[in-house]
Design a protein around this ligand. Structure first.
Ligand code: GLU
Length: 279
């Protein structure tokens, strides 16, 4: 009696698995053949002014401009681009799952990320810095962080760097995005926000003078185009597009257009970089 019911359970489990597999195949083919055919899906940030920002249904920022240029070079017009939000923590998984074809989202090229994904680029070099309230004179650089409360984003190199370099002296609060960190800084929950200088410049500018960038970068962040692991041919095409963008002046224009009024200028020692990654 006992063994009979165990067998039955096995049979049932089997049957359910088969039904699920069939249902999945139908679901996937239904999705694939609809509105994504012939289009390129690009992951960007939606909440980083100056980089990747969703503004009443349109997308603006430096990452968006680079993405548009690259897509165009790959043969996709504007209306063939599907923009998807790629929060810091979800980028590797989105590429691994095939949710997007490429990610341009202030995405630093790192060895640990290269275990999961590949990169083309770099197309920009930023540096990790600090954002504080306008009236704060106590934080002039990373050497002043003892006893301070910091905010950064889960899954970012910025949070990892804090844990590696300042673990014993600071309290780190992690949020899903930098806009949430800026809010925590406004309200006094933290003393500083830390991430790449170009991101902080956009947030400071959006705060209309309430927040300021400290201006002492302490890392180099090489922004890459995240792609599925091992796709060397794709990396090569993207690199050629970036090189062309730099050469024809569009890169310079995109930097200027998207940082205007923020007081930010890219570090000329590293910019523009040579896009040779991933080939
Ligand atoms: N560039 C850093 C990173 O890739 C920080 C910016 C971000 O979270 O997108 O993690």
């Amino acid at each position: 009696m006992k063994s009979m019911s165990a067998t039955m359970r096995r049979v049932w489990r089997r049957a359910i698995a088969v039904v699920c597999a069939v249902a999945c195949v139908f679901a996937v083919s239904a999705c694939g053949s609809s509105d994504e055919e012939g289009k390129i899906r690009i992951g960007i940030k939606f909440d980083q002014p100056g980089l990747g920002f969703k503004k009443s249904g349109t997308y603006v920022g430096f990452d968006v401009d680079v993405a548009r240029y690259v897509a165009q070079e790959l043969g996709y017009s504007e209306d063939q681009i599907i923009w998807k939000e790629a929060p810091s923590k979800q980028r590797e998984a989105m590429l691994q799952n095939g949710d997007v074809d490429m990610i341009l989202a202030t995405y630093s090229i790192t060895d640990s990320r290269k275990n999961a994904v590949s990169f083309a680029g770099p197309y920009f070099v930023a540096g990790q810095d600090l954002l504080v309230r306008r009236d704060d004179t106590s934080i002039k650089g990373p050497e002043d962080l003892n006893g301070k409360r910091l905010c950064s984003v889960t899954g970012s190199t910025s949070a990892t760097t804090v844990k590696e370099k300042f673990a014993n002296e600071v309290q780190l609060m992690e949020q899903p995005g930098y806009a949430e960190c800026a809010t925590a800084l406004f309200s006094g929950i933290v003393d500083a926000v830390t991430t790449d200088d170009i991101i902080l410049a956009g947030l400071a500018s959006a705060s209309r003078g309430k927040l300021k960038v400290v201006g002492k970068p302490f890392t180099q962040e090489y922004y890459g185009v995240g792609i599925k692991k091992g796709n060397k041919a794709f990396a090569k095409k993207i690199n050629a597009a970036i090189a062309k963008m730099i050469k024809d002046g569009s890169w310079e224009r995109a930097v200027k257009d998207n940082t205007r009024g923020t007081g930010y200028t890219p570090n000329a020692k590293y910019n523009p970089p040579k896009p040779t990654e991933g080939e």
